[in-house]
Design a protein around this ligand. Structure first.
Ligand SMILES: [Zn+2]
Length: 398
């Protein structure tokens, strides 16, 4: 849809805000020059943006003579964002400002399999508590971002036939959370969110990035052309359930031989248990690796090899500049990375991997929440969304 509009909307108030957010203009005069709008039109649109709380006029720019012009500043400190990153066995909820600075946060020990009513009720309760802790008025919430470990239909904010989220298929997440918080809600696959967060924070100039989440489960998020690639059904990057050669393990999705059934954190923990170690979760696997336990190192390395084999195809198709490994297993990064890297070199052409940067996430436990805030910001402050809200506010006044 983007780019299909005529010129008349490209100077709307929402677009003026975009110019200011991007740092391309900083004063009324510059806006007039860049857009060819009359002074009175610029003034009316800026007034609307200031009154709605998007902009502040603060400080002064240096002047070449005469009265120094007032600087226009995008206000990303006042709006509040509610973010939740829900994994299979645990998650994280946070209250941030629109700049992404975390004001209050909490780990959520709740299993996604408990179902949407229970999990979302818990998430909303935590949001309430964290808002209070951060001293934020719920009226300042500009958007809510939630990540889940399954495929998502983004426009409808619904989970679609998830392999490991019983009870979530087609559940109206927006309605359920909307009963507690009056702000736009966006739902996204967790690996997609992590890819988005990693891209915006660490690799904003790379157009193509692949993010691999290895936690209890296994999934990938793709940034292509600078944006999240969701695919036709929201299932792009769902590589955990690709069948691998000679795979015999039964997967949580019910199928036999999925990559996740052999190489996810859960699978690695099972493998270690079979060898007599007390490993229940992916986090236990990481702690055994941290202690230098050779059996754990070998299991993690072997998982890396398997994952690399499947990723080789993805790398050949997408030719990303960066492959970021995140999730719990990122903390056992070196062993896992080595396995992935070895596999990739074996299974791909040098052109696809020669300049590929393979690295672990620096955002750690917060990569999902960071991505959730980035998603909310991208949606809520997009020119069209801003124009729609200004029209609503104008309608409410008249
Ligand atoms: Zn599976």
């Amino acid at each position: 849809m983007r780019g299909a509009r005529g010129m008349q909307s490209s100077n709307s108030a929402g677009h003026l805000l975009q110019l200011i957010r991007d740092g391309r203009v900083g004063t009324r005069r510059e806006l007039g020059q860049v857009t060819d709008l009359s002074r009175s039109t610029v003034a009316a649109r800026l007034d609307a943006l200031v009154n709605a709380g998007y902009l502040r006029e603060a400080g002064t720019a240096t002047s070449s003579g005469g009265r120094p012009p007032t600087l226009l500043t995008f206000d990303d400190l006042t709006p509040t964002v509610l973010a939740a990153d829900l994994g299979v066995t645990h998650g994280r909820v946070a209250v941030t400002n629109a700049r992404g600075e975390i004001l209050a946060e909490q780990v959520l020990e709740s299993r996604i399999a408990a179902g949407p009513e229970s999990v979302l009720g818990e998430v909303c309760d935590r949001f309430d508590k964290l808002l209070e802790k951060a001293g934020r008025d719920p009226a300042t919430v500009c958007g809510i971002g939630i990540g889940v470990p399954g495929p998502v239909e983004f426009e409808q904010a619904r989970v679609v036939r998830p392999p490991v989220m019983p009870g979530w298929h087609d559940y109206p997440v927006r309605d359920a959370v909307g009963r507690r918080f009056k702000a736009p809600l966006y739902l996204e696959n967790d690996a997609n969110l992590m890819a988005l967060g990693e891209h915006q924070v660490n690799f904003p100039d790379e157009s193509t990035l692949l993010f691999l989440k290895v936690g209890s489960g296994l999934g990938a998020g793709i940034i292509a052309g600078g944006e999240v690639l969701r695919g036709a059904d929201g299932a792009a990057g769902d590589i955990g359930h690709v069948r691998i050669k000679d795979g015999t393990a039964v997967c949580t999705c019910g199928a036999i031989g999925c990559l996740a059934a052999s190489a996810s954190g859960t699978a690695m923990a099972r493998e270690l248990r079979d060898q007599g170690f007390a490993a229940l979760t992916s986090r236990d696997v990481v702690s055994f690796v941290a202690k230098g336990e050779p059996a754990a190192v070998a299991v993690v390395h072997r998982s890396g090899l398997l994952v690399g084999e499947v990723l080789a195809t993805a790398i050949s198709l997408l030719n990303p500049r960066v492959l970021v490994i995140g999730g719990d297993l990122a903390d056992a990064g070196e062993q896992f990375l080595r396995g992935v890297h070895e596999s990739l070199l074996q299974h791909t052409q040098p052109l696809a991997t020669g300049r590929l940067v393979v690295t672990t996430s620096t955002l750690g436990d917060r990569s999902g929440v960071t991505g959730a805030v980035a998603m909310v910001r991208d949606q809520v402050f997009a020119p069209d969304a801003v124009d729609r809200r200004l029209a609503e506010l104008a309608g409410a006044v008249s």
